[in-house]
Design a protein around this ligand. Sequence first.
Ligand code: ZN
Length: 280
Amino acid sequence: MVNCWICGKTADSEEHKFKASDLKKSHGKKMNAFYINGDVIQINSFKDKILKFPKVICINCNNNLTRPHDDAYDKFVNFCFENHEEILKTRNINFEDIYGKNWELEKKNLYRYYAKHAGCKIVTANTEVDVKDLSEFIKGNNQVFDFVLQFELKAGVKALMNAFNLANKYNHLYNSATCKWNTNLSPKFGGWLTNNYTTVNWVFGKNINLNSVKIFKTKNEAVLITDSHFFDIDEEDENEEFSRVKFIDQYVVGFENGYNKSLEQKIGYFESLIRINNTK
Ligand SMILES: [Zn+2]
């Protein structure tokens, strides 16, 4: 048994990699979905083990402490889904539009939702990493030093969604692999979560965020747009039989990765997000 990385008590809760309500809402109880994790795996239930982290947090932290963070996340993804055309045009998210008067607290709680997700990914992969700054933030600290978020809209994913939704309801949830790289000081980690039209990139590393107090008081956040000009189909595959798995691998993963196909490119991208954050 390991201890909950947030509060230190016995970790007895299996947190979903995706929010369970997102999975139920989009797929119903009987799922017809694919999970991509290097391989493409078909899944039939939102309770599938592959959709959950191993037990790294406790039931109280998962159900009670972080409930307001989950609620902030729900409002955020619903807003972004309904307003994606506007977001694409303005390249901006206004948190007062999402949350109303309470936007400062709710914005912070949204960041805490992603901090929980990132922390679970990091400790699942590397239990010895010090995630105290994340856990203190989740427990109520008003600033965070080791964590950066950047919102993004991927034109390729949007095109894919628009095309798929012509025929039947398509819901796009994507949980990236966790990238780890070593710097002189300490390891850094990066990854992203996509819910339909909106990607949220996260980066973890010692003291990479000098600006969190200011950012939490800022009503507007810029949204990076990744176009789909990079995309070209592998010509050699033209005559091969079309398969769903191959399609998912080429298009969905291709559009999600954008210009950053290799690990080096991804690391470069995450490092650029740290720089962007510190000029905010
Ligand atoms: Zn706990």
